[in-house]
Design a protein around this ligand. Sequence first.
Ligand code: KIV
Length: 262
Amino acid sequence: MKKKIKNILNKKRKSRIVSLTAYSKNIAEILDKYCDIVLVGDSMANVLYGHKDTHKITLQNIIQHTLSVKKGIKKSLLVVDMPKGSYSNKRLALKNARKIMNLTRCDAVKIESNNKNFSIIYELVKAKIPVMGHIGYTPQFQKKFKIQGDSINAINKLLKEALTIEKAGAFSIVLECLTPKASKLITNNLKIPTIGIGSSSNCDGQILVTDDMLGMSGFYPKFVKKYALLNRIIEKAVKKYTREVKLKKFPATKNFLNGRKY
Ligand code: KIV
């Protein structure tokens, strides 16, 4: 097993796992200093491309953005989302996961569970491709955003799904929008770490979409804490630039290029 994956597994019940999403080098470079896991998420569909769901993101989109992110990563575990439709059967999943791993040199792929595709995880792991699972609200398979695990029945179903994913060989699992009760039971019963998003502090680690926590995406459900209001900072800078260009205050003499100096 690769050292980076081992390090993530070793954190279970010892220290919290810090994860965020990245779609380009500049952000990845900052995240890499602090995060254990950086995810190139298919949330880029909403955040970057303005789609209403994640379904239109292609393998090519994911590979292109991962190539950029990879340039900013030195130490974090780089996980890449497999887009909808790219792992719908074993042969396709293997072909596409290999393509992502070989072209980007990332560390692992993530696939969303539809409570049926466990053998896909098994197949990839058998081929030495580390896999992160994803249960609860899974945007590739569920249309409506809904809290998951709000009855005993639903919690037991989620636990069974998580245990099957673990048995198939996944090294960790994202729990999206689970009730605190569900995430606690699953985290306590799994040997692999759980990474929560909107699933309380009962998980072994947390992940957020970086653009959401920076206040840039316009999508702020209750589970998102805005750690900055970057949209306001950017707007202020653009406004100042606009004013200075119009007033001919920019470029000032010090911004002129003299001779061959760059
Ligand atoms: O696509 C994504 O960013 C994700 C996270 C929300 C876990 O899957």
